[in-house]
Ligand binder design. Structure first.
Ligand code: NAI
Ligand code: MG
Length: 484
Protein backbone atom coordinates (compact mmCIF):
# COMPACT_ATOMS: atom_id res chain seq x y z
CA UNK A 1 0.00 0.00 0.00
CA UNK A 2 1.60 3.25 -1.04
CA UNK A 3 -0.59 5.79 0.71
CA UNK A 4 -2.02 5.01 4.12
CA UNK A 5 -5.30 6.56 5.27
CA UNK A 6 -4.90 9.48 7.67
CA UNK A 7 -1.30 9.82 6.53
CA UNK A 8 -0.04 7.23 8.99
CA UNK A 9 3.43 5.76 8.59
CA UNK A 10 2.91 2.13 9.67
CA UNK A 11 6.59 1.58 10.45
CA UNK A 12 6.50 3.90 13.48
CA UNK A 13 5.58 3.69 17.17
CA UNK A 14 3.79 6.45 19.07
CA UNK A 15 5.53 7.38 22.31
CA UNK A 16 4.34 10.54 24.02
CA UNK A 17 3.45 12.79 21.12
CA UNK A 18 6.27 11.58 18.88
CA UNK A 19 5.91 9.09 16.04
CA UNK A 20 9.27 7.43 15.53
CA UNK A 21 10.97 4.17 14.60
CA UNK A 22 11.53 1.65 17.39
CA UNK A 23 14.89 1.73 19.15
CA UNK A 24 16.34 -1.23 17.24
CA UNK A 25 15.20 0.24 13.91
CA UNK A 26 13.91 -3.21 12.92
CA UNK A 27 10.66 -3.82 11.09
CA UNK A 28 8.29 -6.74 10.48
CA UNK A 29 6.31 -7.48 7.32
CA UNK A 30 2.55 -7.15 7.56
CA UNK A 31 0.61 -9.38 5.15
CA UNK A 32 -2.66 -9.05 3.30
CA UNK A 33 -4.34 -12.40 3.99
CA UNK A 34 -6.62 -12.08 0.95
CA UNK A 35 -3.67 -12.69 -1.40
CA UNK A 36 -0.58 -13.22 0.74
CA UNK A 37 1.15 -10.04 -0.44
CA UNK A 38 3.16 -7.79 1.87
CA UNK A 39 1.05 -4.77 2.78
CA UNK A 40 3.73 -2.75 4.52
CA UNK A 41 6.40 -2.90 7.22
CA UNK A 42 5.59 -2.29 10.88
CA UNK A 43 7.90 -1.48 13.76
CA UNK A 44 9.36 -4.39 15.70
CA UNK A 45 9.14 -2.71 19.07
CA UNK A 46 10.90 -4.20 22.08
CA UNK A 47 11.73 -3.67 25.74
CA UNK A 48 13.44 -0.31 25.19
CA UNK A 49 10.38 1.09 23.42
CA UNK A 50 8.04 -0.29 26.07
CA UNK A 51 10.17 1.39 28.75
CA UNK A 52 9.86 4.70 26.92
CA UNK A 53 6.12 4.25 26.41
CA UNK A 54 5.52 3.47 30.08
CA UNK A 55 7.58 6.53 31.06
CA UNK A 56 5.56 8.71 28.65
CA UNK A 57 2.31 7.37 30.12
CA UNK A 58 3.54 8.11 33.65
CA UNK A 59 4.50 11.63 32.59
CA UNK A 60 1.01 12.13 31.16
CA UNK A 61 -0.51 11.16 34.51
CA UNK A 62 1.76 13.66 36.24
CA UNK A 63 0.91 16.31 33.61
CA UNK A 64 -2.16 17.80 31.94
CA UNK A 65 -3.90 14.44 31.38
CA UNK A 66 -3.74 13.56 35.08
CA UNK A 67 -5.14 16.94 36.10
CA UNK A 68 -7.87 17.13 33.49
CA UNK A 69 -11.45 17.24 34.83
CA UNK A 70 -13.38 14.07 34.00
CA UNK A 71 -15.85 15.90 31.76
CA UNK A 72 -13.01 17.20 29.59
CA UNK A 73 -11.56 13.71 29.28
CA UNK A 74 -14.99 12.58 28.22
CA UNK A 75 -15.27 15.36 25.68
CA UNK A 76 -12.00 14.30 24.03
CA UNK A 77 -13.13 10.68 23.87
CA UNK A 78 -16.44 11.72 22.33
CA UNK A 79 -14.52 13.80 19.78
CA UNK A 80 -12.41 10.74 18.93
CA UNK A 81 -15.67 8.88 18.28
CA UNK A 82 -16.86 11.66 15.98
CA UNK A 83 -13.58 11.64 14.05
CA UNK A 84 -13.79 7.86 13.71
CA UNK A 85 -17.22 8.30 12.13
CA UNK A 86 -15.74 10.80 9.67
CA UNK A 87 -13.33 8.11 8.48
CA UNK A 88 -15.55 5.03 8.34
CA UNK A 89 -14.65 3.98 4.81
CA UNK A 90 -10.90 4.50 5.18
CA UNK A 91 -10.78 2.60 8.45
CA UNK A 92 -12.97 -0.19 7.09
CA UNK A 93 -10.73 -0.59 4.03
CA UNK A 94 -7.64 -0.65 6.20
CA UNK A 95 -9.12 -3.33 8.49
CA UNK A 96 -10.37 -5.38 5.53
CA UNK A 97 -6.89 -5.40 3.95
CA UNK A 98 -5.08 -6.09 7.22
CA UNK A 99 -7.36 -8.67 8.88
CA UNK A 100 -9.08 -10.06 5.79
CA UNK A 101 -12.59 -9.39 7.03
CA UNK A 102 -15.33 -8.62 4.49
CA UNK A 103 -15.87 -4.89 4.14
CA UNK A 104 -19.34 -4.84 5.69
CA UNK A 105 -17.98 -6.55 8.80
CA UNK A 106 -15.05 -4.14 8.95
CA UNK A 107 -17.49 -1.24 8.65
CA UNK A 108 -19.50 -2.61 11.57
CA UNK A 109 -16.29 -2.67 13.62
CA UNK A 110 -15.62 1.00 12.86
CA UNK A 111 -19.13 1.91 13.97
CA UNK A 112 -18.64 -0.13 17.15
CA UNK A 113 -15.36 1.68 17.85
CA UNK A 114 -17.14 5.04 17.51
CA UNK A 115 -19.92 3.81 19.81
CA UNK A 116 -17.37 2.76 22.45
CA UNK A 117 -15.79 6.19 22.37
CA UNK A 118 -19.20 7.84 22.67
CA UNK A 119 -20.27 5.52 25.49
CA UNK A 120 -17.05 5.96 27.48
CA UNK A 121 -16.83 9.64 26.59
CA UNK A 122 -20.29 10.13 28.07
CA UNK A 123 -19.56 8.06 31.15
CA UNK A 124 -16.22 9.64 32.17
CA UNK A 125 -17.91 12.23 34.42
CA UNK A 126 -20.49 9.79 35.83
CA UNK A 127 -18.04 7.55 37.58
CA UNK A 128 -18.55 8.40 41.23
CA UNK A 129 -18.21 6.87 44.65
CA UNK A 130 -20.75 6.38 47.42
CA UNK A 131 -21.19 7.43 51.03
CA UNK A 132 -21.37 4.71 53.65
CA UNK A 133 -23.26 4.99 56.97
CA UNK A 134 -20.79 4.19 59.75
CA UNK A 135 -20.27 5.13 63.39
CA UNK A 136 -21.65 8.27 65.00
CA UNK A 137 -19.23 11.16 64.39
CA UNK A 138 -17.86 9.73 61.13
CA UNK A 139 -18.35 10.47 57.47
CA UNK A 140 -17.25 7.70 55.13
CA UNK A 141 -17.13 7.79 51.37
CA UNK A 142 -15.48 6.00 48.48
CA UNK A 143 -13.61 7.37 45.47
CA UNK A 144 -12.81 5.65 42.21
CA UNK A 145 -9.25 6.39 41.17
CA UNK A 146 -7.44 5.32 38.00
CA UNK A 147 -4.91 2.51 38.39
CA UNK A 148 -2.28 4.62 36.63
CA UNK A 149 -0.52 3.14 33.60
CA UNK A 150 -2.58 0.44 31.89
CA UNK A 151 -1.13 -2.08 29.43
CA UNK A 152 -3.34 -3.35 26.61
CA UNK A 153 -2.22 -6.41 24.66
CA UNK A 154 -4.74 -7.03 21.93
CA UNK A 155 -5.24 -9.64 19.20
CA UNK A 156 -5.78 -9.30 15.46
CA UNK A 157 -9.37 -10.45 15.13
CA UNK A 158 -11.22 -7.27 16.17
CA UNK A 159 -8.54 -4.61 16.69
CA UNK A 160 -10.94 -1.66 16.59
CA UNK A 161 -13.61 -3.15 18.84
CA UNK A 162 -11.06 -4.29 21.38
CA UNK A 163 -9.30 -0.92 21.40
CA UNK A 164 -12.70 0.71 21.97
CA UNK A 165 -13.71 -1.46 24.87
CA UNK A 166 -10.33 -1.60 26.54
CA UNK A 167 -8.40 1.60 25.78
CA UNK A 168 -11.66 3.61 25.68
CA UNK A 169 -12.69 2.51 29.16
CA UNK A 170 -9.18 2.91 30.59
CA UNK A 171 -8.86 6.49 29.30
CA UNK A 172 -12.37 7.41 30.48
CA UNK A 173 -11.40 6.31 33.98
CA UNK A 174 -8.30 8.54 33.84
CA UNK A 175 -5.56 6.01 33.17
CA UNK A 176 -2.74 6.46 30.64
CA UNK A 177 -2.47 3.56 28.20
CA UNK A 178 0.26 1.62 26.44
CA UNK A 179 -1.15 -0.42 23.56
CA UNK A 180 0.61 -3.42 22.02
CA UNK A 181 -1.36 -4.42 18.91
CA UNK A 182 -0.96 -7.84 17.28
CA UNK A 183 1.86 -8.46 14.81
CA UNK A 184 -0.68 -9.94 12.33
CA UNK A 185 -2.81 -6.78 12.15
CA UNK A 186 -2.07 -3.41 13.67
CA UNK A 187 -2.90 -0.71 11.13
CA UNK A 188 -6.18 0.46 12.65
CA UNK A 189 -4.46 0.73 16.03
CA UNK A 190 -2.03 3.21 14.48
CA UNK A 191 -4.86 5.03 12.69
CA UNK A 192 -6.78 5.21 15.97
CA UNK A 193 -3.78 6.78 17.71
CA UNK A 194 -3.50 9.35 14.91
CA UNK A 195 -7.20 10.19 15.29
CA UNK A 196 -6.82 10.46 19.07
CA UNK A 197 -4.00 12.96 18.61
CA UNK A 198 -6.11 14.99 16.17
CA UNK A 199 -8.97 14.98 18.70
CA UNK A 200 -6.68 16.60 21.25
CA UNK A 201 -5.74 13.67 23.48
CA UNK A 202 -2.74 14.94 25.47
CA UNK A 203 0.72 13.50 24.84
CA UNK A 204 1.38 10.19 26.53
CA UNK A 205 -2.23 9.37 27.40
CA UNK A 206 -2.05 6.77 24.62
CA UNK A 207 1.18 5.18 23.41
CA UNK A 208 1.40 2.45 20.77
CA UNK A 209 4.25 -0.04 20.47
CA UNK A 210 3.75 -2.64 17.70
CA UNK A 211 5.92 -5.74 17.80
CA UNK A 212 6.06 -9.44 18.53
CA UNK A 213 4.29 -10.98 21.51
CA UNK A 214 7.42 -12.53 22.95
CA UNK A 215 9.24 -9.19 22.70
CA UNK A 216 7.09 -6.04 23.05
CA UNK A 217 4.16 -8.03 24.56
CA UNK A 218 6.26 -9.78 27.20
CA UNK A 219 8.08 -6.54 28.04
CA UNK A 220 4.76 -4.78 28.62
CA UNK A 221 3.11 -7.53 30.69
CA UNK A 222 6.14 -7.81 32.95
CA UNK A 223 6.89 -4.10 33.27
CA UNK A 224 7.05 -2.92 36.90
CA UNK A 225 5.70 0.50 35.89
CA UNK A 226 2.41 -0.94 34.61
CA UNK A 227 -0.50 -0.94 37.07
CA UNK A 228 -3.13 -2.97 35.21
CA UNK A 229 -3.01 -5.27 32.20
CA UNK A 230 -5.84 -6.18 29.90
CA UNK A 231 -5.32 -9.01 27.46
CA UNK A 232 -7.45 -10.64 24.80
CA UNK A 233 -6.01 -13.67 23.03
CA UNK A 234 -5.11 -17.31 23.50
CA UNK A 235 -5.36 -19.27 26.75
CA UNK A 236 -1.65 -20.10 26.69
CA UNK A 237 -0.53 -16.49 26.43
CA UNK A 238 -3.23 -15.45 28.94
CA UNK A 239 -1.60 -17.71 31.52
CA UNK A 240 1.79 -16.13 30.80
CA UNK A 241 0.32 -12.65 31.17
CA UNK A 242 -1.25 -13.53 34.50
CA UNK A 243 2.04 -15.02 35.72
CA UNK A 244 3.95 -11.91 34.60
CA UNK A 245 1.42 -9.63 36.32
CA UNK A 246 1.73 -11.69 39.49
CA UNK A 247 5.40 -10.72 39.71
CA UNK A 248 4.32 -7.10 40.07
CA UNK A 249 1.06 -7.96 41.89
CA UNK A 250 -1.10 -6.00 39.46
CA UNK A 251 -4.65 -6.82 38.36
CA UNK A 252 -5.38 -8.36 34.98
CA UNK A 253 -8.43 -8.66 32.80
CA UNK A 254 -8.21 -11.77 30.63
CA UNK A 255 -10.55 -12.51 27.73
CA UNK A 256 -9.48 -15.84 26.29
CA UNK A 257 -12.17 -17.04 23.93
CA UNK A 258 -14.55 -19.94 24.24
CA UNK A 259 -16.64 -22.74 22.85
CA UNK A 260 -19.96 -20.98 23.14
CA UNK A 261 -23.13 -23.02 22.60
CA UNK A 262 -26.59 -22.18 21.32
CA UNK A 263 -29.31 -24.45 22.72
CA UNK A 264 -32.27 -25.10 20.41
CA UNK A 265 -35.28 -26.59 22.23
CA UNK A 266 -38.24 -28.44 20.77
CA UNK A 267 -40.43 -25.31 20.79
CA UNK A 268 -37.86 -22.97 19.15
CA UNK A 269 -38.87 -20.81 16.21
CA UNK A 270 -36.37 -22.06 13.67
CA UNK A 271 -36.98 -19.34 11.06
CA UNK A 272 -36.17 -16.78 13.72
CA UNK A 273 -33.14 -18.67 15.05
CA UNK A 274 -31.49 -19.76 11.80
CA UNK A 275 -29.61 -16.56 10.87
CA UNK A 276 -28.25 -16.32 14.43
CA UNK A 277 -27.24 -19.98 14.53
CA UNK A 278 -25.11 -19.65 11.39
CA UNK A 279 -23.87 -16.06 11.57
CA UNK A 280 -22.53 -16.51 15.07
CA UNK A 281 -20.26 -19.22 13.70
CA UNK A 282 -19.03 -17.67 10.47
CA UNK A 283 -18.80 -13.98 11.29
CA UNK A 284 -15.19 -12.83 10.86
CA UNK A 285 -14.51 -16.34 9.49
CA UNK A 286 -15.21 -17.75 12.95
CA UNK A 287 -12.24 -15.86 14.41
CA UNK A 288 -14.35 -14.38 17.16
CA UNK A 289 -13.83 -14.98 20.88
CA UNK A 290 -17.59 -15.20 21.33
CA UNK A 291 -18.19 -17.26 18.18
CA UNK A 292 -20.87 -19.89 18.64
CA UNK A 293 -19.11 -23.02 17.49
CA UNK A 294 -21.51 -25.56 19.07
CA UNK A 295 -25.19 -25.85 18.19
CA UNK A 296 -27.03 -28.15 20.60
CA UNK A 297 -30.42 -29.30 19.35
CA UNK A 298 -33.23 -31.27 20.96
CA UNK A 299 -33.21 -34.71 19.34
CA UNK A 300 -36.78 -34.25 18.04
CA UNK A 301 -35.61 -31.38 15.83
CA UNK A 302 -32.02 -32.38 15.17
CA UNK A 303 -32.47 -33.46 11.54
CA UNK A 304 -34.56 -30.40 10.71
CA UNK A 305 -32.10 -27.89 12.21
CA UNK A 306 -29.10 -29.65 10.66
CA UNK A 307 -30.75 -29.60 7.23
CA UNK A 308 -31.68 -25.92 7.51
CA UNK A 309 -28.15 -24.98 8.59
CA UNK A 310 -26.66 -27.16 5.84
CA UNK A 311 -28.75 -25.26 3.28
CA UNK A 312 -27.29 -21.98 4.47
CA UNK A 313 -23.76 -23.36 4.51
CA UNK A 314 -24.06 -24.60 0.93
CA UNK A 315 -24.85 -21.05 -0.15
CA UNK A 316 -21.88 -19.44 1.70
CA UNK A 317 -19.08 -17.96 -0.36
CA UNK A 318 -15.57 -17.23 0.86
CA UNK A 319 -13.28 -14.83 -0.97
CA UNK A 320 -11.16 -11.67 -0.76
CA UNK A 321 -12.10 -9.11 1.89
CA UNK A 322 -12.77 -6.39 -0.67
CA UNK A 323 -15.15 -8.69 -2.59
CA UNK A 324 -17.29 -8.43 0.55
CA UNK A 325 -18.70 -11.96 0.50
CA UNK A 326 -20.02 -13.96 3.47
CA UNK A 327 -16.59 -15.02 4.65
CA UNK A 328 -13.09 -13.64 4.10
CA UNK A 329 -9.74 -15.41 4.40
CA UNK A 330 -8.36 -16.29 7.83
CA UNK A 331 -5.93 -13.73 9.20
CA UNK A 332 -2.80 -15.63 8.18
CA UNK A 333 -1.51 -18.82 6.61
CA UNK A 334 -0.56 -19.90 10.14
CA UNK A 335 -4.19 -19.56 11.27
CA UNK A 336 -5.28 -21.45 8.14
CA UNK A 337 -2.94 -24.28 9.13
CA UNK A 338 -4.41 -24.36 12.65
CA UNK A 339 -7.97 -24.55 11.27
CA UNK A 340 -7.08 -27.16 8.64
CA UNK A 341 -5.56 -29.21 11.46
CA UNK A 342 -8.95 -29.17 13.18
CA UNK A 343 -10.79 -30.05 9.97
CA UNK A 344 -8.53 -33.08 9.65
CA UNK A 345 -9.42 -34.10 13.20
CA UNK A 346 -13.05 -34.23 12.08
CA UNK A 347 -12.33 -37.18 9.71
CA UNK A 348 -14.57 -39.46 11.81
CA UNK A 349 -17.50 -37.02 11.68
CA UNK A 350 -20.02 -36.38 8.95
CA UNK A 351 -19.58 -33.08 7.09
CA UNK A 352 -23.17 -31.87 6.77
CA UNK A 353 -22.31 -29.09 4.33
CA UNK A 354 -19.51 -26.84 3.16
CA UNK A 355 -19.53 -23.39 1.59
CA UNK A 356 -17.25 -22.58 -1.30
CA UNK A 357 -14.10 -20.61 -1.78
CA UNK A 358 -14.78 -18.61 -4.96
CA UNK A 359 -12.84 -19.64 -8.04
CA UNK A 360 -11.05 -16.35 -8.46
CA UNK A 361 -9.80 -16.20 -4.85
CA UNK A 362 -6.06 -15.41 -5.09
CA UNK A 363 -3.67 -18.34 -4.71
CA UNK A 364 -1.72 -17.03 -1.73
CA UNK A 365 -4.83 -16.19 0.35
CA UNK A 366 -5.60 -17.91 3.67
CA UNK A 367 -8.94 -19.42 2.63
CA UNK A 368 -10.77 -22.37 4.16
CA UNK A 369 -14.31 -23.37 3.19
CA UNK A 370 -16.95 -22.78 5.90
CA UNK A 371 -17.67 -26.25 7.25
CA UNK A 372 -20.63 -27.67 9.19
CA UNK A 373 -20.14 -30.93 11.06
CA UNK A 374 -22.85 -33.25 12.35
CA UNK A 375 -21.67 -34.64 15.67
CA UNK A 376 -22.91 -37.18 18.15
CA UNK A 377 -20.37 -37.06 20.97
CA UNK A 378 -19.91 -33.87 22.97
CA UNK A 379 -16.43 -35.13 23.90
CA UNK A 380 -15.10 -34.94 20.35
CA UNK A 381 -12.15 -32.56 20.02
CA UNK A 382 -14.15 -30.41 17.57
CA UNK A 383 -16.84 -30.06 20.24
CA UNK A 384 -14.32 -29.20 22.97
CA UNK A 385 -11.51 -27.04 21.56
CA UNK A 386 -11.67 -23.50 20.27
CA UNK A 387 -11.13 -23.76 16.49
CA UNK A 388 -11.13 -20.06 15.52
CA UNK A 389 -12.26 -20.73 11.98
CA UNK A 390 -15.61 -20.90 10.10
CA UNK A 391 -16.49 -24.29 11.57
CA UNK A 392 -19.53 -25.35 13.60
CA UNK A 393 -20.66 -28.66 15.02
CA UNK A 394 -24.29 -29.65 15.64
CA UNK A 395 -24.95 -32.02 18.55
CA UNK A 396 -28.21 -33.62 19.76
CA UNK A 397 -29.52 -33.55 23.36
CA UNK A 398 -32.37 -35.46 25.04
CA UNK A 399 -33.75 -33.05 27.65
CA UNK A 400 -32.95 -29.87 29.55
CA UNK A 401 -30.54 -31.50 32.02
CA UNK A 402 -28.67 -33.16 29.17
CA UNK A 403 -28.49 -29.85 27.28
CA UNK A 404 -27.02 -28.10 30.32
CA UNK A 405 -24.54 -30.92 30.87
CA UNK A 406 -23.24 -30.60 27.31
CA UNK A 407 -23.34 -26.80 27.31
CA UNK A 408 -21.33 -26.62 30.54
CA UNK A 409 -19.12 -29.54 29.57
CA UNK A 410 -16.13 -27.66 28.19
CA UNK A 411 -13.30 -25.82 29.93
CA UNK A 412 -14.71 -22.47 28.66
CA UNK A 413 -17.63 -20.25 29.64
CA UNK A 414 -17.97 -17.07 27.61
CA UNK A 415 -21.39 -16.83 25.92
CA UNK A 416 -24.44 -19.08 25.63
CA UNK A 417 -27.83 -18.70 24.05
CA UNK A 418 -31.17 -20.46 24.46
CA UNK A 419 -33.89 -20.76 21.85
CA UNK A 420 -37.24 -21.57 23.47
CA UNK A 421 -40.62 -19.94 23.96
CA UNK A 422 -40.91 -21.36 27.50
CA UNK A 423 -40.28 -18.40 29.84
CA UNK A 424 -39.63 -20.55 32.90
CA UNK A 425 -37.04 -22.55 30.98
CA UNK A 426 -35.38 -19.33 29.83
CA UNK A 427 -35.01 -18.15 33.45
CA UNK A 428 -33.77 -21.54 34.68
CA UNK A 429 -31.17 -21.80 31.96
CA UNK A 430 -29.97 -18.24 32.38
CA UNK A 431 -29.01 -19.35 35.89
CA UNK A 432 -27.67 -22.78 35.06
CA UNK A 433 -25.42 -21.99 32.10
CA UNK A 434 -21.74 -21.27 32.78
CA UNK A 435 -21.15 -18.12 30.79
CA UNK A 436 -20.48 -14.43 31.22
CA UNK A 437 -23.34 -13.57 28.86
CA UNK A 438 -26.55 -15.51 28.22
CA UNK A 439 -28.80 -14.54 25.32
CA UNK A 440 -32.44 -15.63 25.24
CA UNK A 441 -33.85 -16.03 21.71
CA UNK A 442 -30.94 -14.14 20.18
CA UNK A 443 -27.17 -14.32 19.97
CA UNK A 444 -25.17 -11.18 20.53
CA UNK A 445 -21.65 -12.35 19.62
CA UNK A 446 -20.10 -10.46 22.46
CA UNK A 447 -23.03 -8.16 22.97
CA UNK A 448 -23.40 -4.44 22.54
CA UNK A 449 -21.11 -1.73 23.78
CA UNK A 450 -23.32 -1.35 26.87
CA UNK A 451 -23.33 -5.02 27.91
CA UNK A 452 -20.69 -6.27 30.35
CA UNK A 453 -18.69 -9.06 28.74
CA UNK A 454 -16.19 -11.63 29.93
CA UNK A 455 -15.94 -15.23 30.92
CA UNK A 456 -15.53 -17.96 33.47
CA UNK A 457 -13.15 -20.92 33.42
CA UNK A 458 -10.57 -20.85 30.64
CA UNK A 459 -12.50 -18.00 28.99
CA UNK A 460 -10.81 -15.73 31.51
CA UNK A 461 -11.91 -13.34 34.21
CA UNK A 462 -12.82 -9.71 34.67
CA UNK A 463 -15.43 -7.82 32.68
CA UNK A 464 -15.08 -5.44 29.76
CA UNK A 465 -17.71 -3.29 28.04
CA UNK A 466 -20.49 -1.30 29.67
CA UNK A 467 -20.06 0.46 32.98
CA UNK A 468 -18.50 -2.64 34.50
CA UNK A 469 -15.27 -1.99 32.56
CA UNK A 470 -14.92 1.43 34.16
CA UNK A 471 -14.93 -0.22 37.57
CA UNK A 472 -12.27 -2.67 36.38
CA UNK A 473 -10.07 0.24 35.30
CA UNK A 474 -10.29 1.97 38.68
CA UNK A 475 -9.11 1.26 42.16
CA UNK A 476 -11.61 1.98 44.95
CA UNK A 477 -10.45 4.10 47.87
CA UNK A 478 -12.44 4.33 51.11
CA UNK A 479 -12.09 7.55 53.11
CA UNK A 480 -13.21 7.48 56.77
CA UNK A 481 -13.30 10.88 58.49
CA UNK A 482 -13.74 11.10 62.29
CA UNK A 483 -15.07 14.54 63.08
CA UNK A 484 -17.06 14.09 66.26
P1 NAI B 1 -1.91 -14.86 20.91
O1 NAI B 1 -2.52 -15.04 22.25
O2 NAI B 1 -0.52 -15.39 20.70
O3 NAI B 1 -1.88 -13.30 20.51
C1 NAI B 1 -2.65 -12.28 21.09
C2 NAI B 1 -1.76 -11.10 21.48
O4 NAI B 1 -0.85 -11.53 22.49
C3 NAI B 1 -0.90 -10.54 20.33
O5 NAI B 1 -0.80 -9.13 20.47
C4 NAI B 1 0.46 -11.17 20.61
O6 NAI B 1 1.53 -10.40 20.10
C5 NAI B 1 0.48 -11.17 22.12
N1 NAI B 1 1.42 -12.13 22.71
C6 NAI B 1 1.81 -13.33 22.20
N2 NAI B 1 2.72 -13.90 23.01
C7 NAI B 1 2.89 -13.07 24.06
C8 NAI B 1 3.72 -13.11 25.23
N3 NAI B 1 4.53 -14.13 25.47
N4 NAI B 1 3.63 -12.08 26.10
C9 NAI B 1 2.81 -11.04 25.88
N5 NAI B 1 2.04 -10.94 24.78
C10 NAI B 1 2.08 -11.93 23.88
O7 NAI B 1 -2.91 -15.51 19.85
P2 NAI B 1 -2.56 -15.99 18.36
O8 NAI B 1 -1.28 -16.75 18.36
O9 NAI B 1 -2.65 -14.84 17.48
O10 NAI B 1 -3.78 -16.99 18.06
C11 NAI B 1 -3.74 -18.36 18.48
C12 NAI B 1 -5.09 -18.80 19.00
O11 NAI B 1 -5.46 -17.99 20.11
C13 NAI B 1 -6.26 -18.65 18.03
O12 NAI B 1 -6.35 -19.75 17.17
C14 NAI B 1 -7.42 -18.56 18.97
O13 NAI B 1 -7.83 -19.85 19.39
C15 NAI B 1 -6.87 -17.81 20.17
N6 NAI B 1 -7.19 -16.38 20.11
C16 NAI B 1 -8.28 -15.91 20.79
C17 NAI B 1 -8.66 -14.58 20.69
C18 NAI B 1 -9.84 -14.06 21.41
O14 NAI B 1 -10.49 -13.13 20.91
N7 NAI B 1 -10.15 -14.53 22.59
C19 NAI B 1 -7.94 -13.64 19.83
C20 NAI B 1 -6.78 -14.21 19.18
C21 NAI B 1 -6.45 -15.53 19.32
MG1 MG C 1 0.70 -16.36 19.28
Amino acid sequence: MSVMPLGIDPSLCLIGDVWGPCASGQVLALHNPSDGSVLCQIARGGAVDVDAAVAAARAALDGPWGQMPAFERGRILTRIGQLVLEHVEELAQLEALDVGKPLKQARADVIALARYMEFYGGSADKLHGTTIPYLDGYTVYTMREPHGVTGHIIPWNYPMQIIGRSVGAALAAGNAAVLKPAEEACLTALAFAEIAQRAGLPAGALNVVPGLGAEAGAALSGHPGVNHISFTGSVGVGKMIQAAAAQNVVPVTLELGGKSPQLVFEDADLDDALPFLVNAGIQNAGQTCSASSRILVHRSRYDEVLAAMADRYSALRAGPALADLDVGPLVSLRQKEIVEGFLAKGHDLQIAAQGQVVDDAPEGGAYVPPTLFAGSSADHVLAQDEIFGPVQIVLPFDDEDHAVEIANGTAFGLVASVWTKDGARQMRLAKRLHAGQVFLNNYGAGGGVELPFGGTGLSGHGREKGFEALFAFTSLKTVAARHG
